[in-house]
Design a protein around this ligand. Structure first.
Ligand code: UDX
Length: 450
């Protein structure tokens, strides 16, 4: 393609994804993109949520002993998992990186997830240029930087009584949209965000899976807030096809069922790779979907209903939705969203899902759970105006009403129209001279010149 730089065959990039689905996907998409530009690729991966090297024969893989035990990772507390992983992987990663440097493999740089703060420090100590990959939005990264100010101003710990107040330092966030796990330990959160921002400041560049048309103000502000270069090169999945990066096996039969449904008729409901709900919420969701009268495809991930090993559908549910509603454990989401039959997306607003929905022009029902998801939902509903937020307690009547509004009423049609524009923006930014395409050229140039 025109304007692309020639990469010396021996130039190798090391990549280290954080071992969660929402972080592995964008890192492997980036690997594929860099490989297509001529770089040799080495992927570091932990034993926890290990990537299968046989699915990526063009890359080298290095397994890092992470010393975790299954019970350590059973609990929902993602923050403490980040800390354990950083602490346990630091030594083994140091040894592996030293070894690969000794082998003179032409290492150009390391690209590691922003949350791998200790690995960035290791790279710095060993004199390897490191870039961070932020798998979330530009706005969420601004939330990380602003955290100390917000904490000093008393926003944290987040107070129920202030939840609807606007955060003047970070419009359009309300207090309840700020980053912070529902059950988060403020000390762990502060430590991780401080280390993350430090890693980003000391890096040789920040790569963000976003694009200019949806986050130009936040990207501009990041350029002012960091002195290192920023590369907004998303949506990364648009640069690749058919990546085998799923940790769970996707059930492709859902596509056959979608083929039998009318265009724009199906609501796709899926809450990502980590969020969980209690059994009461599960029942409300089931009956909300059933009572909406709309065809739906619902992903109920194993382990996503707290307190139950297997999520049995309530009595009468199967009869009620026969022929109209389908439940799967895991699906090929990109293909589902791209299917003509899908006309709406009930999502937890993980950043990947949000970008994937935008890229396919599918308007959303937003029900965020934790972390950056509330902020993403805020942008969907109040900045891009392409989604309805389900707030407060989950309740079947409210769900059915939201589904009907999105799928059949004026409100949903207007959102679908606005989504078409965002979808166009997403496909334009990856074309030659598009903002993300140009940012990738700059990134390649930057890697080769550092
Ligand atoms: C979490 C955070 O919420 C997210 O914002 C952060 O950046 C990463 O961690 P997660 O729950 O994994 O994310 O959601 P999301 O970011 O949406 O990623 C889920 C990925 O799994 C998506 O790429 C989606 O396509 C994929 N997926 C989901 C499937 O392939 N099949 C499914 O059935 C469901």
């Amino acid at each position: 393609m025109s304007g692309e730089l020639r990469v010396p065959m021996s130039c190798r990039i090391l990549l280290f994804p954080l071992p969660y689905q929402g972080h592995i996907n964008p890192m492997l998409e980036l690997a594929s993109l860099l490989h297509s530009r001529g770089f040799a690729i080495t992927i570091f991966h932990t034993q926890f949520n290990s990537i299968d090297p046989t699915k990526h024969p063009s890359y080298d893989f290095i397994s890092i002993v992470d010393g975790t035990t299954p019970d350590q990772f059973e609990q929902d507390d993602i923050l403490s998992q980040f800390i354990v992983l950083n602490n346990n992987c630091e030594g083994p990663f140091h040894d592996s990186l030293t070894k690969i440097l000794d082998e003179n493999k032409g290492v150009a740089c390391l690209v590691a997830d922003l949350h791998w703060y200790k690995m960035h420090a290791v790279a710095k100590r060993l004199g390897v240029a490191s870039l961070v990959l932020r798998t979330g939005s530009a706005a969420s990264l601004r939330c990380f930087i602003t955290f100390p100010v917000l904490r000093a101003k008393g926003y944290y710990p987040l107070q129920e009584s202030q939840k609807d107040e606007l955060v003047t330092e970070l419009p359009p966030y309300r207090v309840k949209d700020l980053i912070g796990m529902n059950n988060s330990n403020i000390v762990d959160l502060a430590m991780i965000l401080t280390q993350d921002v430090e890693a980003a400041k000391n890096s040789s560049g920040i790569i963000i899976n976003t694009f200019n048309a949806i986050e130009s103000d936040d990207i501009k502000k990041l350029h002012q807030e960091f002195s290192v270069p920023i590369f907004a090169i998303g949506p990364l999945h648009k640069f690749t096809s058919q990546l085998q990066s799923s940790l769970l096996p996707p059930d492709r039969s859902c596509l056959d069922w979608l083929d039998t449904q009318a265009p724009n008729s199906v609501l796709y409901a899926s809450f990502g790779s980590l969020a969980s709900m209690d059994y009461g919420e599960f029942l409300e969701t089931a009956w909300g979907l059933a009572n909406s009268g709309q065809p739906f495809l619902w992903v109920v991930r194993p382990g996503s209903i707290r307190g139950t090993e297997n999520a049995y559908m309530p009595d009468g549910f199967d009869e009620e939705v026969r022929g109209r509603g389908k439940v799967f454990a895991w699906v090929p989401q990109l293909e589902v969203l791209a299917h003509d039959a899908v006309g709406g997306f009930w999502t937890h607003n993980g950043w990947n899902s949000t970008l994937e929905g935008i890229s396919e022009g599918v308007p959303m029902i937003c029900r965020p759970y934790f972390g950056d998801q509330m902020g993403n939902a805020r942008y969907v509903t109040h900045v891009w105006k392409v989604g309805i937020e389900l707030e407060e307690k989950l309740e079947r009547r409210m769900i059915a009403k939201a589904v009907r509004s999105l799928m059949r009423e004026k409100e949903g049609n207007a959102m679908r129209e606005r989504m078409r524009e965002l979808r166009r923006n997403a496909s334009d930014c990856i074309k030659a001279n598009g903002s993300s395409y140009s940012a990738i050229n700059k990134l390649v140039d930057h890697i080769l010149s550092s």
